[in-house]
Design a protein around this ligand. Sequence first.
Ligand SMILES: Nc1nc2c(ncn2[C@@H]2O[C@H](COP(=O)(O)OP(=O)(O)O)[C@@H](O)[C@H]2O)c(=O)[nH]1
Ligand SMILES: [Mg+2]
Length: 390
Amino acid sequence: MLSIGLAGKPNAGKSTFFKAATLADVEIANYPFTTIDANHGVSYVRVKCPCVELGIEGGCGRCINGSRFVPVELIDVAGLVPDAHLGRGLGNEFLDSLRLAEVVIHVLDASGSTDAEGNPVGIGNYDPLKDVEFLKREISMWLFGILERNWTKLMRQYTSEKAKPEQIIYEQLGGAGVSDKDVRWALSRMDSDPATWSEDDLRRFAELLRQSSKPMIIAANKIDLAPRENIRRLMELDEIVVPVSGAAEIALRMADKAGVIRYLPGDPDFEIVGELNRAQKAGLDKIRVLLKEYGSTGVQECINRAVFDLLDYITVYPVEDENKFTDRDGVVLPDAFLMKRGSTARDLAYRVHTELGESFLFAIDARRKLRVGEKYELKDGDVIKIVATK
Ligand SMILES: Nc1nc2c(ncn2[C@@H]2O[C@H](COP(=O)(O)OP(=O)(O)O)[C@@H](O)[C@H]2O)c(=O)[nH]1
Ligand SMILES: [Mg+2]
């Protein structure tokens, strides 16, 4: 499953975001579990289910009024402080939990009520823009540390054994969730031979590796408290910045679970359907004002933008019956797979089952009833039947 890391300084709101994003109603969670352990949970991207466009009567049973929730893993990385890569505040241990993450949501306290170390200082007394660069630096310096530890040895291997630098570097970084593609991309942006690099060059290289292997989106959290000026300045940055209130999202999901409102994660509004006391009503009224201003609480938007905008994934639906859009047992659109844009029909076959990948003959684009070959590039929302020799 695709992994998303939540990182940031202490008290920025990571655990609140984590709790909100992993608190799923039974209807949404057509996945067996939502909590893996205290820091690993299951969240969902929200996509438009093809069953609506395909005109499937009565819907597919796997979506809620056309909204489909596809599971992703969320990791709550404990708070990082400046110089975490040097081991400050248990830094390295926490950085290591980012190994699995393909993308990072930087949860940032946009209200300016916590200082660089996460200590409370009162709203507006710290400039949240100062936090934007710190996390990037910690992650790239963590990667730098892994490389630097063995750099001399690695370069000796490279020059004496004529081994390929991308291979040596990739092996050294293997555990940090850096792909060979990331290494090749970063190398292509350096203008000299690795054997001649200074320490500064190696730092620059580590930062390139970070950009490629741990791209980052900013969750400008606590918008319910934040001075509007802070949000405006954050939105002007050359980054993906999403205004967020993790606290509001928790309140809405709990109220939905309790049956007093109807709300789907990511919705721009909610409907009151149960009895509310005065305090609950006042709390929800405040949240409604926030939703009107920002369009949503931002939690779902962060997950979606991380997966679809930053990582460039698409959603694909394998079926066995291209006319009824079902599996063998008649379940309509049983599975939704997140795959990298550029993936092919054969990649999908492998994803369903190794055997299906190996015995692949051709595929059928079920929407167009069109036969396509192994190299066919999957499109977002494709419904595909794989035909194999066995
Ligand atoms: N007002 C408000 N408070 C929040 C929000 N998110 C988190 N908090 C509060 O900020 C504090 C730190 O939150 P927590 O999730 O524990 O931060 P972490 O250390 O990053 O995991 C707690 O008191 C939360 O209730 C939010 O969206 N709005
Ligand atoms: Mg926490």
